[in-house]
Design a binder for this molecule. Structure first.
Ligand SMILES: Nc1ncnc2c1ncn2[C@@H]1O[C@H](COP(=O)(O)OP(=O)(O)OP(=O)(O)O)[C@@H](O)[C@H]1O
Length: 233
């Protein structure tokens, strides 16, 4: 089954096309790497899927049935998002952030606690539970945001630059968690500038350039394609 289908998606801001007829499909329970130079349109694609940016045309469909146009609330509930920069609220403690996510995604209290405990341990954040974001380091804030995104068990996980600001232990732990999510059936789209890091995780890649799909394929073929396009330029 297709976990995520993007069909001829165009997104414009002030009449400039940031995404130009982008189509891609991600098989359910697999990881797709979205690559491309700075400004290629990777974050714009994620924000359009989330509805943070309005599309001008095209279709976005989850699990071959939930269409963004038809039932936006139902559609949104199926997606969890890890942004490139943490978006934490200054007035909430670390634990309160987790509780907020728990409420938004209707995670049962005891299940939430089990998940939080495991992730706090793995990300070495146990002693920060009652801290506010301002007293955390940048990497710690990123870890909190990462935990928030991993708490819901939803069909789609969008991750914008997963390893930014994380230490090597956290990176390796997050790799394991992302793989685990996919094994449990979550469809994952992640942007990265570190393709080597995701080679053992992602099955396929899509490369964007100037808001269009430049090429796509199996991740093993990526080096060959990149070498060929480098030679051509
Ligand atoms: N709110 C906005 N208003 C106008 N232009 C925007 C806006 N957001 C993004 N853009 C433009 O859209 C293009 C794509 O940006 P986007 O952030 O999607 O790139 P990206 O591939 O995620 O890049 P990076 O690798 O640097 O994160 C860029 O040219 C950028 O200047």
């Amino acid at each position: 089954m297709k976990g995520l289908q993007i069909q001829e998606l165009t997104t414009k801001i002030r009449n400039i096309k940031l995404l130009d007829c982008v189509s891609l499909e991600v098989e359910s329970g697999t990881i797709m790497a979205l690559v491309g130079h700075n400004g290629a349109g990777k974050s714009t694609l994620m924000k359009t899927i989330l509805g943070m940016l309005e599309k001008s045309s095209g279709k976005i469909i989850i699990n071959e049935k939930v269409d963004q146009d038809e039932s936006f609330i139902d559609f949104k509930e199926l997606i969890s998002y890890l942004p490139e920069e943490p978006l934490l609220l200054t007035e909430l403690t670390v634990m309160q952030h987790f509780q907020l996510y728990g409420k938004s995604y209707q995670i049962e209290e005891s299940e939430l606690l089990t998940k939080v405990n495991r992730l706090l341990e793995g990300f070495e954040l146990r002693d920060k539970l009652n801290e506010y974001p301002e007293s955390l380091s940048k990497g710690m804030r990123q870890k909190v945001q990462t935990i928030c995104a991993l708490l819901p068990d939803v069909p789609i996980l969008l991750i914008d630059e997963p390893f930014m600001g994380l230490d090597i232990y956290a990176i390796e732990y997050l790799e394991t968690l992302i793989r685990e999510k996919a094994q449990n059936g979550t469809t994952i789209l992640l942007t990265t500038h570190q393709l080597d890091r995701v080679k053992n995780m992602a099955g396929h890649y899509v490369m964007l350039q100037h808001g269009k799909v430049l090429n796509e394929g199996s991740i093993e073929d990526f080096d060959t394609i990149k070498r060929r396009s480098d030679d051509d330029s």
